[in-house]
Write a protein that binds this ligand. Sequence first.
Ligand code: C2E
Ligand code: MG
Ligand code: MG
Ligand code: MG
Length: 292
Amino acid sequence: AAKQAGRNRFHQFDAAQERAQREQREQGLRLREALVQAQFVLFLQPKVVMQTGQVIGAEALVRWQHPERGLLPPGAFLPLLDGTELEIDFGQWVVEAALAQLEQLLDAGLNLPVSVNISAQHLQHPDFAGWMVQCLARHPRVAPRLLELEITESAALYDLTAVTETLATLRALGVAISLDDFGTGYSSLTYLRRLPMDTLKIDQSFVQGMMADPGDRAIVQGVIGLAQSFGYQVIAEGVETIEQGQLLQQLGCAQAQGYCIARPMPLGAFIDWSRHWQQPTAWQHFPSEGYS
Ligand code: C2E
Ligand code: MG
Ligand code: MG
Ligand code: MG
């Protein structure tokens, strides 16, 4: 009887596993369908110099315009792509779509860089740099300096030697590199100095914590100090209040991105926004000289 029960448990386990695998396959198919049917869309979120209000670029953030469920944030579907074959196709779509948006921005008279988020797997693809070169060649109107790549520390550190080479190749072309969510990973200072890159992005968790938590404030200060001593630009993400923006400027971070400036929005709305945007007057009192 015990043996029989064991076998049943096994059967149940098999059934549950089978169901999970089937669901995964179906989700994969739906994502591929979404890619083929062009259901993904890139929203743009502006990056500004707080003191002058100057718009210095935008980050492209993917959304899934789902036929039944409406507009889905990346957190709802990117995890399903993780580690699948589709991840590279998707990553390539994102870069192509960003280049197409860059052309539309140029048509609208906006000569602004756009950054794209690159997944660890895509970055580590052996031909990532070569593919990127071809991609840029297909969009001759878009100068390479208009494209920025946002990578996370863990993606960069996974295979430091290969990634360093990839990033160096791309930077030599003029493509800028940002380290995203900085402070949440495990990079050592030695690695940080070796990585060919341009900008540190202070993770939003520290920005949102720094008003009340001295530890978070110390991390923000530390990241700004690191950026200054290594000669990197620094930008704060997730700036939601004027007060956060003021403190960031006091601490030496001049650039920001966040809801108190603008939410991510479709291309057309971004073009309108950039024609009408005025920075909060409370930010004009903070001198930007001497800061990166
Ligand atoms: P991320 O690259 O760190 O992007 C910043 C996230 O913070 C975005 O969330 C943005 O909408 C959100 N955000 C911006 N300002 C504020 C603010 O003031 N307050 C708060 N609470 N949030 C703010 P989103 O669009 O949901 O994207 C989440 C993450 O998904 C991104 O984090 C990025 O890691 C990933 N992601 C987005 N688009 C892509 C993509 O095209 N490819 C890849 N591989 N990853 C992407
Ligand atoms: Mg990002
Ligand atoms: Mg980030
Ligand atoms: Mg993030």
